[in-house]
Design a protein around this ligand. Sequence first.
Ligand code: UD1
Length: 417
Amino acid sequence: MDSILIQGGVALQGKVRIQGSKNASLPILAATLLVRESSFIRNCPRIRDVYSMISLLRSLGCSVNWQENGVYVDSSAVTKGEIGSEAVTGMRSSLCLLGALIGRCGQVVMEYPGGCVIGERPIDMHLSALRQMGVEFCEKEGRLQAAAKKLRGAHIVLPFPSVGATENVLLTAVKAEGDTVLEGAALEPEITALCRYLQCCGASIEGVGTDCLTIRGGSALYGADFEVPADRIVAGTYLFSCIGTGGNILLENAPWEEMTAVLETAEQMGGRLCTSREGLYVQAAARPLAVPCIRTQPYPGFPTDLQSVALAVAAVGDGESMIRETIFENRFRIAEDLRRMGADLKEQGADTMLVSGVEALKGAEVEARELRGGAALVTAGLMARGETKVTGCRYIFRGYENICRDFRELGARVTSA
Ligand code: UD1
């Protein structure tokens, strides 16, 4: 079941419920390590990255039990911070275990984390921030070792609002002695979700939702019942798919308050949007309009995780669009596959793609090589005339619970094979 078959050219119609957020649930699952009790994480998405995180938690001694509407994690039995599983090298987000285990055990031994193959993704900001809180690092036989005799609060300034580094500082600082002030923190809603979970557990954090967080270390932490917010990237994927195919859909539960830049782009592409307590209504024109420039930026700017799907839609836009990627290098990896489907794409330097919209894409066999690019190929298949086969779909299942079922609910002809 590693491929998806799509008979393209159907305008999306109907409604679909948006799953819980991958990027919020992973650091929250890591944060359950800081609590010596059981937490219930509602609306936790059933995706491969969550399963990998849960197997890491189990290997550390956590007891984890799925229920219909969420997952219980009891970390009371965890004693040592050594993780050796292969899953670490396959999942960048396992990096948040670094902060969580330092906070819990004072030491960590782990593989260097992996993730999507989109650029080099160094971890210098994580290491430098944690060093300022008293953590010492060394590399032994290719593994990362970290230890702290005593964690102390610090005044940390991030040179760039890294999502992962902000999470690691939060996870370490709640267990440090004294206050930590973090300037230049990332503003992504997933950071706010992590802060809210920690606050529910008893942590004292000020400035939530701003780029300056003050964390009072050392509060006793208790288990909590917490609901993971809906996934803005999944909602954005389905929104752009509707803009690309035409049609009329309701994205139930979509977190549209967190999607301002995405909604603006969708409107520029000709979408008519309506937000309500139910979610996000989308009505698309027959053919999307071109957009002068889509530029990825840290939140609240246009998210890099939706750049590939916006690129796929711009490929059939009426006119010329320009897409500029400023967060990750190597994020135009789907260009070759889109060209095979008939897209007219010209690279202008490493970070810019000039897109001359064609009237229609044509079905082809293409290969997913990373999570968001893979989802964008499914979107391209939905828009294309004829049949598209997307292989390598294990990458897509890292972040989408059931992309075939969701698109079928929206009337698309999609099957997994
Ligand atoms: C998180 C998200 C990912 C999203 C990204 C940007 C999760 C699990 N993943 O990834 O989906 O695309 O935010 O919104 O939440 N960098 C450094 N040094 C560091 C850390 C980062 O140079 O120490 C660079 C990265 O290479 C990248 C940029 O900073 O160019 C942004 O990275 P960061 O915000 O840390 O992304 P992640 O936390 O890895």
